[in-house]
Write a protein that binds this ligand. Sequence first.
Ligand SMILES: Nc1ncnc2c1ncn2[C@@H]1O[C@H](COP(=O)(O)OP(=O)(O)OP(=O)(O)O)[C@@H](O)[C@H]1O
Ligand SMILES: [Mg+2]
Length: 494
Amino acid sequence: MLLELKNVSKAFSGVQVLDDINIGIKKGEVHVLLGENGAGKSTIIKIITGAYKMDSGEIKWKDRHLQVNKPSDAIEVGIGTIYQELNLIPHLSIMENIFLGHEKKKRRKFSLLDRPAMNKEAKRLMERLGQNVNPNELVKNLGVGQQQLVEIAKALSLNCELIIMDEPTSSLSEREAEQLLQTIERLKQQGMTIIYISHRLEEIKRISDRITVLRDGKKIRTVDTDKTTIDEMISLMVGRSLENKFPKVEFEKGKEVLSVKNLKITPDSPGINFSAYQGEILGIAGLVGAGRTELARAIFGADPVHSGEIIVLGKKHRIRNPLDAIKAGLAFITENRKEEGLFLDQPLVFNKTIARLNKVKKNGLINTQKQKEIANNYVKDLSVRPNNIHLFARYLSGGNQQKVVIAKWLFTDAQVFIFDEPTRGIDVGAKVEVYRLMNQLVENGAGVIVISSELPEILGISDRILVMNEGQITADLDRSEANQEVIMKAATGG
Ligand SMILES: Nc1ncnc2c1ncn2[C@@H]1O[C@H](COP(=O)(O)OP(=O)(O)OP(=O)(O)O)[C@@H](O)[C@H]1O
Ligand SMILES: [Mg+2]
């Protein structure tokens, strides 16, 4: 065993978040931590890396007691962590980022940096990850996927023997995610040990050797990946089997709720035309970068547009900013939920009702009783955990924060809901709840548009699918004629 957690427990203000956890990480394995949102995965990582202190228990590193009081202690023994929020400095080069804080100095002239040596080493490290790059390239010019690889190179340069990755693929495009998975396979061949957290069960199945499943802060079991199935992973995780991952309900197609006419973002961008109808979920598929988020932002007034018309329920609206959009009856649940969607230092009850305070106002005052009631209902529907509406959003697990943002928008009286990658970072069980809420919106007569990069999701929940490529709609498919191949073909312009 390279790393062992023995009887590790942790509580936050009286709530037991980790309860007597025992996990052994073998040298050279890819070990996945799997569990629902709020199960305690990130907390385990934060304890290993010294960001949090455990209440009781012990960590052993190579059979010896390990005391980590701060993140640099973990790095010193050889534990590197790649967090979801990258820690790179954009205007520095790849090399400067890799060696930041442990620069190589020239011998004798000890104050001078040995840039050629660092460049050579940076190039070599990136090559180890399968990347042929110029080490002088600025990090801000790289995509998120490559930036993540720079972080991994930094961990390698610090001679880390264990690399921990907490949901590294949740912000990546499919291509970048594939590249990362290949990098992990490569690192494993080189003898690296990896702790990996993800909600994407297929990728877990592919790259891991063993999986430790957590539920409500308790360890359920550690299984060998090749002796388990995705269905078993799910049932260990949620404590029951999940019969239907996509609870599709068919409604009758009704009137047009949204019509976008000749929408141009710049004078020479192609004019976009489409409509969404009551009674249907309209999926928008496409590769990352196809222009789906840009389209949604343009409709919502979040970015300036050149020209075009937006018609909501037959009425033309001039939308210059998101406030206009909300007034016109649109809701936009963005993909960057944390940055754009949440007030981290406000309790859930506030976050849920902020988009539509009028609804809980009486004589100009906020009816806190009603506000609480509504918040409690959503907490229940989306199984937000812990179900305490007074908790600051900051203290929720990543996936639970996302549920709160979704709930916030569901509370508005919008006619049209545009969801951008709604289930990123959300566990399998909670995904089903999100789909159910979408069905409910459709049932209530709203238009629902879902942008998603996950083809099974798009195929599972949509009644109709638009495919985009290079800023244009290249296909408009009925549920019955859509499949992975047809979508991929339209998405790649083929
Ligand atoms: N600083 C904190 N104060 C209070 N509660 C916290 C704090 N940090 C985490 N928690 C709680 O600990 C529990 C476990 O959270 P953790 O972030 O470990 O979950 P997770 O398994 O990583 O979930 P996700 O899949 O959503 O990322 C959650 O209920 C969370 O609200
Ligand atoms: Mg987490």
